[in-house]
Design a protein around this ligand. Structure first.
Ligand code: NDP
Length: 308
């Protein structure tokens, strides 16, 4: 039996991967703080993994990213460096790491293609997270070139699903809307959302990403990163209205146009993934994935991350 170590095992993607890869070793910060080099060495000596799926990261929405630039840089660059360096030392056969479409340059040609990741500075709101993630790609490539390590990187777009972080200041768009609507419904209030709702975004269900990560573990061995997100676009208004429909929220959705509207579109190109045999039809339909996520949130509230 090959041993697979999953970092970030307690996170949203880590939890969803457990359904498809139950026999792997899932590690959270409680078992090992990956910022600690000696701890990471001890972890690898104990488990002796053949493969590593590196999901752990300090992750957050726009506010957390811009309020804690130093923490986002230090935690991510240190964790990534330790994981790749110890994987190299221990002759791990393959490491799959996750980047993010939010690390692409601020000024870029759309759709986002993998060759543009380093073609300009990232958006200033999350530059520290973005550069730390970009270095995960650089280190993976450098170790491949010098040592022959089969270290690959995948680039998801906005993720959502069960076990997400629902903290109002640290969460991403979908979990924030779900929580706000759920609580507004309990209190018979309206919901206020930032911007005008017209910006379009792409979203990928964490369970779909888990299946893709397994496909990459088996079949993707290229040096260059690969975009893996669902490229269907929805306006934020459509997302909010779909969640309202699922949650039977009857209050008003008020758009606070004094707050940032965000870039109009940020489409990405997943043609490389499609050329590997993954089909756009393989992604879970958006409404079904949202329904699963909302139902999970309602069943577990208030014992969900960021609320309890
Ligand atoms: P989560 O925030 O849900 O989970 C983060 C995981 O990292 C948790 O298991 C956490 O452990 C672990 N972790 C954080 N700090 C440390 C540390 N110092 N030592 C050990 N473990 C640590 O993240 P997601 O599941 O949402 O994200 C998975 C990956 O996908 C990340 O690499 C992220 O950058 C990437 N990604 C995510 C997107 C999104 O929209 N969520 C979009 C694009 C990419 P603990 O629970 O103990 O704190």
């Amino acid at each position: 039996m090959k041993k697979i170590l999953i970092t970030g095992g307690s996170g949203m993607v880590g939890n969803s991967l457990q359904e498809y890869l139950p026999e792997a070793y899932y590690v959270s910060s409680k078992e090992c703080d990956l910022r600690m080099y000696d701890g990471v060495k001890y972890l690898f000596n104990s488990i002796k993994p053949d493969y590593v799926i590196h999901l752990a990261a300090k992750v957050g929405g726009v506010k957390a990213n811009s309020d804690y630039l130093g923490d986002f840089y230090y935690d991510n660059i240190t964790m990534n460096n330790n994981i790749l360096e110890v994987s190299r030392q221990k002759n791990v056969k393959k490491v799959v790491s996750l980047l993010s479409t939010c690390i692409y340059p601020d000024k870029v040609n759309y759709p986002l293609t993998e060759d543009q990741i380093h073609a300009g500075p990232p958006h200033k709101s999350n530059y520290a997270y973005a550069y730390a993630k970009r270095m995960l790609d650089i280190q993976s490539q450098a170790y491949r070139d010098q040592y022959g390590c089969n270290f690959i990187t995948a680039v998801p777009n906005n993720l959502f699903g069960e076990h997400d972080n629902f903290h109002l200041e640290e969460s991403h768009l979908i979990p924030a809307i779900i929580r706000k609507m759920y609580e507004a419904k309990q209190d018979n209030k309206d919901v206020v959302l930032w911007g005008d709702g017209k910006a379009k975004r792409e979203f990928t269900y964490a369970k779909d990403l888990s299946k893709i990560v397994l496909l990459l573990l088996q079949e993707y061995n290229d040096k260059e990163p690969i975009n893996v997100g669902n490229t269907n676009e929805y306006t934020i208004k459509e997302v909010a209205e779909t969640i309202a429909d699922i949650m039977n929220f009857k209050g008003e959705i008020v758009w606070d146009e004094s707050k940032p509207k965000g870039q109009h579109r940020k489409p990405s190109d997943n043609s490389k993934l499609l050329s590997m045999g993954w089909d756009n039809e393989d992604y879970t339909p958006f409404k079904k994935a949202l329904k699963n996520t909302c139902n999970w949130f309602i069943e577990n509230y208030p014992n969900v991350r960021g609320v309890g």
